[in-house]
Design a binder for this molecule. Structure first.
Ligand code: ZN
Ligand code: ZN
Length: 270
């Protein structure tokens, strides 16, 4: 089974456990490497990102843990960079590029905030398909960010669909918008994650992306990795076995892993 998780939060951003607790949990879970992915600061104060003046402490703590636990696990210092972050994510081991927002009427709506906020921006767009098109169109900009290695939760906007049935991911317009985004991201060499974070936090019963979209990403030649988007110690490899089975069922034959310098494909069992 996959023994690496590169999508990890902590008390430096919106996680519930310290970085050290996450490392210890990862060791207990049998992982051989753990990468932290700090939410980088937004242009405005946000409770889910690291405060800008703590970034040096985050990097120092990752470095300390890397040395302290080097006999038992490899620790990486990454970032989950949001498209609307205040600054580029330079100087990290790797970068997950995520789009947590959708712009409408001179406002940035959070697509993973609440079902209510989802209702609000859908009202502004007039239809779910129009909102989906606007959301996925943003991946063109993300694809151009050189330091982004992995695309975070590509269909995050569907987060609340099990509660509210907001989007129609099988509609022609939704699919066309999603597939166009996938194509530009593949052309730019980005890796796609199967992300179990919304399951461990009780919002969904299936990971991002949907199986339908994952199959399409694979069919189009996309590289795949699996990540927990862990916000608690007990979730460092949440549903990795299930995700591997899902990946296999969707045609994935290898998973891309970070080796400290770059990404390499590791075959998954047939
Ligand atoms: Zn995210
Ligand atoms: Zn995350």
């Amino acid at each position: 089974m996959i023994k690496q998780n590169l999508h990890t939060h902590s008390t430096f951003d919106d996680g519930q456990n310290t970085m050290e607790e996450m490392v210890r949990a990862a060791i207990s879970a049998g992982l051989t490497s753990l990468g932290f992915s700090i939410h980088t600061p937004m242009p405005y104060p946000a409770c889910w990102t690291i405060p800008p003046d703590r970034m040096a402490d985050y990097i120092a703590e990752a470095r300390r843990l890397k040395t302290a636990y080097q006999e038992r696990i490899t620790v990486y210092c990454g970032a989950e960079w949001d498209l609307y972050s205040a600054q580029r994510a330079l100087g990290f081991d790797y970068v997950i590029g995520s789009i947590h927002h959708i712009p409408a009427n001179d406002m940035l709506y959070g697509v993973d905030s609440t079902p209510d906020e989802t209702r609000q921006y859908l009202r502004v767009f007039g239809s779910a398909d129009a909102a989906a098109e606007a959301y996925f169109r943003q991946y063109v900009a993300l694809s151009k960010i050189e330091e982004v290695d992995i695309v975070g939760h590509i269909d995050l906007l569907t987060k609340f669909d099990e509660q509210g049935n907001f989007f129609q991911p099988d509609s022609a317009r939704f699919r066309e918008a999603a597939h166009s985004a996938v194509d530009v991201l593949i052309a730019a060499g980005k890796i796609f994650e199967i992300n179990t974070g919304a399951i461990s936090r009780g919002y969904r019963t299936t990971p991002y992306p949907s199986a339908m979209l994952l199959r399409e990403i694979v069919r189009r030649g996309g590289m795949i990795t699996i990540s927990a988007d862990a916000h608690r110690a007990q979730d460092v490899n949440f549903q990795f076995a299930e995700s591997e089975s899902l990946a296999r069922a969707c045609g994935v034959t290898e998973l891309w892993q970070f080796n400290g310098k770059g990404f390499e494909p590791i075959p998954i069992g047939g």
